[in-house]
Design a protein around this ligand. Structure first.
Ligand code: AMP
Ligand code: ZN
Length: 489
């Protein structure tokens, strides 16, 4: 088996993936700020990491996948100014901030479930880890890399940079940052504009506040991920991910915070998913240049003239490598829909093929090797999809008599296609878990109806009545009609 290589944003090159321990792979991905519905751009990042999670598991790694929910501390502006995004939404709608959090956390989960994403292993919240964040601030203060001012605490970037390299992830140079950052307007407590908040004193009208040694206030956004990643994965862990836009300042600041306390580099592999664009511009909540997944599934939007199912949208996203920019357009989606249907039909056809004594026209071993090679090359899903279409081409050739497949190869191919399509790419062909359960229930009740008929034919009315009564107690009514028995729930 070839080795898995991943592109590490920290070194700027592909590296062989070697986990720290044999026990598990620790993976942390920055979750959403839950102040509005997730748009398709957000989903792209979470689907990219779902593929990474699925593939690592497929390779046999035990993965502890931690993805947080940002429910406090994310201000409107990266310069630590403006209102807290969640508190602002609560104020505009005259509801509790936690109602905002609940509403959009539910939306986030429901949307990702429609895309068939697997849930993470742990999903901690920023508000659930205020104590841990306060402890980290105390430790950074003790080490001399932060300063207190008027009830707030700021990270001293220049001080940190004397002994460390601020900018190592994003490739920014401190001199340029100092030069280019907007100068302070006299309102800010910061010593230098590139410093960032660890704790902010809350204004009297600010609702989301917690007591701390410095003031009643709230933590800075970057701190929550340091607190939650180290709490659940340790001071050094394997993979940290998020969208490309989080590289700076969010992830750069996370590295700085963690290095101050532990003197260790916190993360071995930094992985970043690239942006989904609409009309050539980044999809974003704040600018309104976005589309919600639900608007795509229902077709109720002013961008596309037809609806697209979650499976087709997922397939469309996976047709690009996670590090490439993808632009959303009707033509591209239509092409993906066509490809998706071709794959679906190919898989159905595979089960129905007439097999021969031997396989001709397909090198199964090489095909499998190339498929793994694609995924081992930094999770190259478009290359894997090309391999899947290679298999579909062969299936069609067998169907029209230009190639042949043996029974064992047919089984092997069906099994491998299932692994690549369903387990690794998470494509379900419209079969949700819910519909699996309904099909299983329907089959079970019909089996009991048949069984009841046998008992009645044998004049075993005690058993036949028992079947009817027990189903009735479960809320399933049997209706005996002249053509047979039907049921209703
Ligand atoms: P947010 O809720 O804005 O913090 O974003 C949640 C995740 O979505 C982060 O990892 C972002 O990097 C990612 N994200 C935001 N906008 C886009 C986009 N247009 N394309 C891809 N990922 C995005
Ligand atoms: Zn984060």
């Amino acid at each position: 088996m070839q080795q898995l290589t991943v592109y590490n944003s920290l070194s700027g090159k592909k590296e062989v993936f070697t986990p720290i321990t044999k026990e598990y792979v620790g993976m942390y991905v920055c979750g959403p700020t839950v102040y509005s519905n997730v748009h398709l751009g957000n989903c792209r990042t979470f689907i990219s990491f779902d593929i990474i999670f699925r593939y690592l598991k497929h390779l046999g790694f035990k993965v502890r996948y931690v993805r947080n929910i940002t429910d406090a501390g994310h201000l409107e502006n990266d310069a630590d100014e403006g209102e807290d995004r969640i508190a602002k939404k609560a104020r505009l709608e005259s509801i509790e901030p936690m109602e905002v959090v609940q509403r959009y956390t539910v939306d986030f989960h429901e949307t990702l479930a429609k895309f068939n994403n697997l849930p993470p292993s742990i999903e901690p919240t920023a508000t659930g880890h205020i104590i841990e964040q306060i402890e980290i601030i105390k430790s950074i203060l003790e080490k001399g890399f932060a300063y207190k001012i008027n009830g707030s605490v700021y990270f001293d970037v220049l001080k940190y940079n004397e002994t460390n390299n601020y900018g190592k992830l994003s490739g920014r140079k401190i001199e340029n940052l100092v030069h280019n950052t907007r100068s302070l307007d006299g309102q800010s407590d910061k010593k230098n504009p590139q410093d960032f908040a660890l704790w902010k004193k809350a204004e009297p009208k600010h609702i989301m506040r917690w007591p701390s040694p410095w003031s009643d206030g709230f933590p800075g956004w970057h701190l929550e991920c340091t607190a939650m990643s180290t709490k659940y994965l340790g001071n050094q862990f394997d993979i940290h991910g998020g969208g490309m836009d989080l590289k700076f300042p969010h992830h750069e600041c996370e590295i700085a915070q963690a290095e101050c306390i532990t003197k260790q580099t916190p993360v071995n592999y930094w992985l970043h998913a690239n942006m989904l664009t609409l009309n050539g511009k980044k999809m974003a909540k704040s600018t309104g240049n976005n589309i919600l997944p639900e608007e795509m599934f229902s077709g109720k939007n002013s961008i596309f003239t037809k609806s697209f199912s979650p499976e087709v949208v997922r397939f469309f996203l996976l047709q690009a490598h996670y590090r490439s920019i993808v632009d959303l357009s009707q033509d591209a989606l239509l092409a993906s829909e066509k490809g998706f249907n071709k794959l679906k039909e190919g898989l159905l056809l595979l089960k129905q093929l007439t097999h021969s004594t031997e396989t001709k026209g397909f090198d199964f071993v090489q095909w499998e090797e190339q498929s793994y090679k694609a995924m081992n090359d930094d999770f190259n899903s478009p290359m894997l999809i090309a391999q899947l279409f290679e298999a579909v081409r062969f299936i069609n050739l067998v169907n029209n008599g230009s190639a042949s497949i043996s029974k064992s190869d047919q089984l092997k191919l069906a099994q491998k296609m299932k692994i690549f399509v369903e387990d690794i790419m998470g494509i379900s062909f419209g079969k949700s878990k819910q519909s699996d359960v309904s099909t299983a229930l329907e089959g079970t009740v019909n089996m009991l109806i048949d069984f009841r008929k046998i008992t009645r034919d044998n004049k075993d009315f005690v058993t036949s009545d028992r079947i009817r009564d027990e189903l009735s107690a479960l809320g399933i009514q049997l209706n005996d009609e002249k053509d047979g028995t039907t049921f209703s729930i």
